[in-house]
Design a protein around this ligand. Sequence first.
Ligand SMILES: Nc1nc2c(ncn2[C@@H]2O[C@H](COP(=O)(O)OP(=O)(O)OP(=O)(O)O)[C@@H](O)[C@H]2O)c(=O)[nH]1
Ligand SMILES: [Mg+2]
Length: 259
Amino acid sequence: MAADKGRIVLVGRTGAGKSTLVNMLVKGNLTPPHLAKMGNGLHGTTKICQTFDGRGWTVIDTMGLGEPDTGSVSNPDAKKLVSDFLNDVKGKYSHIIFVIEKGRIDIVTGIIWKTFLQIFKGGETNFVVLFTKTGGAKWLQENLEQIKTEFPECKQFQYVDFPEIDDDPEVEKENSEIRMTERDRLESELTRMFAGSWVEPDIFRMGDVEIEQKAENILVYIAKLIKSLLLKHGMKALQTTVTIFVAIAELVNVFAGGF
Ligand SMILES: Nc1nc2c(ncn2[C@@H]2O[C@H](COP(=O)(O)OP(=O)(O)OP(=O)(O)O)[C@@H](O)[C@H]2O)c(=O)[nH]1
Ligand SMILES: [Mg+2]
C-alpha cells in the first residue's frame, strides 16, 4: 500500500507505547489480532525492527531500548546489535519519533535521547518527541517550556493516550471510541507538522563499512556518556539496568577502561 500519509520510525524505551502506536496508525484500532505485539511495559516485547504498512502509513517499530532482558553482551555482539539496528532504521522519513511514557524523563531517557540524536543525525528537522499515557492535553501544555529545554534539538512535541483494552465490554466500547478520536487527532497533527517534507538522515547514504564505523562510534559515545554521568551523579543514580544496547559493564570494560 502506498505510504501517502508518511513513513515513520518509532524509537524509545521499553514499554513506552511504540507497538501500540503501530497498531493504531497502521491497523486503526487495538482489536485483536494485533499487527505489532504489545507488552506489559516491564520487559522488552518487541525484539526486532519491523516495518508495517496500512491506512496510508508506513511505520517502523523498533525494539525497546534501555532494559534488554539479556545480561551482558560481548563486544562483537554489541557492535553487531548496533550495526543491525542502524541498517534496520536506515531510510527516508516523514517523521522520526522519539516515544516517551509521561513521567519517564530521567537519566536513562536522557542517554537514549542522546543515542537517538547520534543515530538520526541529519534528520533533525523531522524529529518529534511524543509523550504517551498523558491522560489528555493538559500535562504537555503545562510542562512544554521545561520539556523544550530537555530536548533542545527537537522542535515538535506531541502527546497521545490510547487507553488499554478493558475486559468490560461497556468500558471497552468507550475506550475504543476514545482511541479512535485520539488516533485522528494525532494523525492530523502529524500531517500538519511537516506537510510532505521528508528527510534523509546521514545513515541513509552509508554503505556497510560506514555503518560499521558508525556503530563503533556510537558504542564509544555511549560509553563516554555513561562514564561522564557516573562521575557527575555517582554509581547509585545509574545502578538501574542502564543498558541501552549493551550492558554497562561491557561498555566499561571495552571502551572506557574502567571507572
Ligand atoms: N493508557 C495507555 N496505555 C498505553 C499507551 N500506549 C501503550 N500503553 C500500554 O503500555 C504497555 C506497553 O505498550 P507497547 O506498545 O507494547 O510498548 P513498546 O514501546 O512497544 O514496548 P517494547 O516493545 O517493549 O519496546 C501496554 O500495556 C500498552 O497497552 C497509551 O497511550 N495509554
Ligand atoms: Mg513494542
